[in-house]
Design a protein around this ligand. Structure first.
Ligand code: CAA
Length: 402
């Protein structure tokens, strides 16, 4: 439904689609096999001016907002889900600065990312703290005008290639609601090192690593917002901003898989005709298309809500993330089914879409957590229709027929 997009949206779409088809798609399978960061692709994204689409103009970005960011991610992910996250993980990791940084911190950290010079990673999860994000134990102890970080981070996407890390650590173990703070940590800080590098099922062109902090001294001015104790709220607000981006990655993968499956169904002949003439295949393609379009509308709505400055975006962001990522898994699995035995083989393009999709139901909050977030918000909203209690059960006057 391009008709609902503005001229600016269409320009971002075209720009990302061009670099996706010209540079990303032809190289995606090489980097998937090698499990290597595609520096040439990253440079092409920088040259196309895509980095910084989400960063405000006053900090060197394009000021184009979350919807345009999602449109870019969708187009890149149509060609490679790994490149989609390679790009949008920089948004996840800079949102803590955008949401909670001081003016000086925004000026210090954002322009380099907007220019594609700096890469960024987000360090919230730990071995023992995944869904239970507030249970993290990595600590930051104040020591004069420094903080000393000790502990580990797990599942750090973009770790190792990044030079900036937004890190969540405990500053007040005695507090319940103000336990955690957010810090910016630079790559070469003594006491900070990259640990285990994961060998992954999908999104193989982006590194996922463990981070290790051992008496790592960072200046107190790297504490985001300048005040301790705001880290958990900062993490939650960051995820509200970032989840539409994961949803857009899912949307792009689903759209890309649908396009490949449709072309394959037209090409593949059985019983003397192309399999796209069979109603069972047509039903599968139609259901895939319906789900993709529904996901697109949810992703764009969540992104538009953020761009409009809506404050209560938690539920729509979680809804979009959950629906779009479940859609990606279903659509990519059905696409493999349409390719049949060939779809299961690595010399065909489609199995990668299925592998790249799976992680989307897990990271940036499992889809179980998204449903928990939606349900909590739904129960809060139910106050608005308390008058319905008068109808549960129906009273005699409601059932009177005279
Ligand atoms: N915005 C602002 N504040 C929020 C908020 C939001 N969206 N959600 C919660 N808060 C506030 C609450 O108001 C509450 O504040 P008070 O203490 O002042 O009352 C506080 O935060 C605690 O909230 P909850 O009681 O809801 O917290 P909880 O412990 O029950 O946890 C949770 C809620 C939703 C399960 C949360 O822990 C969560 O989102 N977990 C998933 C974490 C996650 O998504 N991790 C992904 C890591 S990133 C990643 O995957 C990166 C990658 O590789 C690409």
């Amino acid at each position: 439904m391009d008709a609902l997009l503005t001229k600016e949206n269409l320009e971002w779409k075209e720009r990302a689609r061009d670099v996706g088809e010209r540079v990303v798609r032809p190289r995606a399978y090489k980097y998937d096999r090698l499990q290597e960061y595609p520096w040439d692709i990253k440079e092409a994204l920088v040259d196309a001016g895509l980095f910084g689409v989400w960063i405000p103009e006053e900090y060197g970005g394009k000021g184009a907002g979350i919807l345009n960011m999602c449109i870019v991610v969708e187009q890149l992910s149509r060609c490679c889900g790994g490149v989609g996250v390679l790009f949008v993980v920089n948004a996840l990791a800079t949102f803590p600065v955008i949401v909670a940084g001081t003016e000086d911190q925004k000026k210090k950290y954002l322009p380099g990312v907007a220019a594609g010079k700096d890469l960024c990673a987000f360090g919230l999860s730990e071995k023992g703290a995944g869904s239970d994000a507030s249970g993290l134990t990595c600590s930051a102890q104040k020591d004069g005008d420094h903080y000393i970080l000790n502990g580990e981070k797990k599942w750090n996407t973009n770790g190792g290639v990044s030079n900036l890390y937004s890190i969540f650590a405990v500053t007040d173990p005695t507090s319940k609601s103000r336990r955690i703070s957010t810090f910016m940590v630079e790559k070469d800080t003594p006491g900070f090192r990259i640990g285990k590098i994961e060998d992954k099922m999908g999104i193989r062109c982006v590194p996922v690593v463990e981070l290790e902090f051992e008496n790592c001294r960072i200046p107190a001015e790297n504490l985001l917002g300048g005040k301790p104790g705001l880290g958990f709220k900062n993490a939650m607000q960051t995820l509200d901003h970032a989840r539409p981006g994961v949803a857009a990655q899912a949307l792009g993968l689903a759209q890309g898989a649908l396009e490949l499956a449709t072309r394959y169904a037209m090409q593949r002949k059985q019983f003397g005709v192309s399999i796209s003439s069979f109603q069972m295949i047509q039903k599968m393609l139609a259901d895939m298309s319906i789900k993709v379009e529904a996901a697109r509308q949810l992703v764009y709505t969540a992104a538009r809500a953020l761009d409009a400055g809506e404050t209560n975006v938690t539920k729509i962001a979680a809804t979009a993330k959950c629906f779009a990522t479940d859609t990606a898994m279903e659509v990519c699995t059905d696409a493999v089914q349409i390719f049949g035995g060939y779809g299961y083989m690595r010399d065909y393009p489609i199995e990668k879409y299925m592998r790249d999709s799976k992680i989307l139901q897990i990271y940036e909050g499992t889809n179980q957590v998204q449903r928990l977030v939606v349900a909590r918000n739904l129960l809060k909203e139910a106050e608005q229709y308390a008058h319905l209690d008068d109808y549960i059960p129906l009273k005699p006057e409601h059932m009177a027929t005279d």
